[in-house]
Design a protein around this ligand. Sequence first.
Ligand code: SF4
Length: 327
Amino acid sequence: MPRILVVAPNWIGDALMAQPLLARLREKLPGLRLDVLATDRVAPVARRMPEVDEVIEAPFRHGALELRERWRLGRALRAHRYEQAIVLPNTWKSALAPFFADIPIRSGYVGESRFGLINLVYRNREKRVPMALHYARLAEPPGKEPKQPLPEPRLRVDAEAVASTARRLGLVGRYAALCPGAEYGPAKRWPYFAQLAGRIGIPVVLLGGENDRDACSRIPGKNLAGKTTLDEAIELVAGAALVVTNDSGLMHVAAALDRPQVALFGSSSPEHTPPRSTAARVLWLKVECSPCFERVCPLGHFRCMNELGVERVLAEIEALGVTSPAA
Ligand code: SF4
């Protein structure tokens, strides 16, 4: 039985963009044992992927080298006898545990000049290809294109758990989930969630991380930002009649749950990281400086988001047919 370990990216959205790679590995290798090594930021998402046999939680802090811990983890991984590791992050440190584990084939993009740590090396042929394709190429030998279309990311949720999480957190009936955060930086954050919230026509719940809590407190609705686990946030998104997000991890979660969704893009590009769901509608003004992929607007005017008005978003919500926006 082939045994592969995939080292997951450290961002939720990227982890979901990597799911088509996992699906392709499963298709190509019957009987595959497919494990994922993920930090606690991403592990709850990976556990909901039907392609994954086991998620091994990496005990690393975000951004830390922690050489000794990586060596220890690598030694522990030897017992799994993986034949191949596919390392998705581009960092040098992310390739250390598979190297210390003596996994014979360690594939991935060159990234931070990882020759030696990675011994089946892929090169970026073009800049900013769709992320799902970028990762799915790792299911093929270097230079070979994967078959299209790629499978869509899909997460498992339990209907009972979805209903009980909503009840426990005080949500009754239909609601819209607004996700005003974007961990990457302010250049991805649409500034009019507060104006939108009062006009959606159904109760609003605000979801996000600890860092979004203050911003969410200024938006009408039930503020659960920073008060849920990632699993609870996933279940609340799964139960929502409508989701409105920036280009963020929760946008990709909503797409993987096939929820009716409006996704707002400014400094980034839906050609690179689209919500991969037919239930998603994308708004992107594509002003002349967009996409810049910066964390903070380098020009100061932030036109890519400032000029994307509430009426445009309400029109998309109406087109989805899930609510009756208030005047
Ligand atoms: S430079 Fe343009 S695309 Fe980038 S954040 Fe500013 S307005 Fe948006």
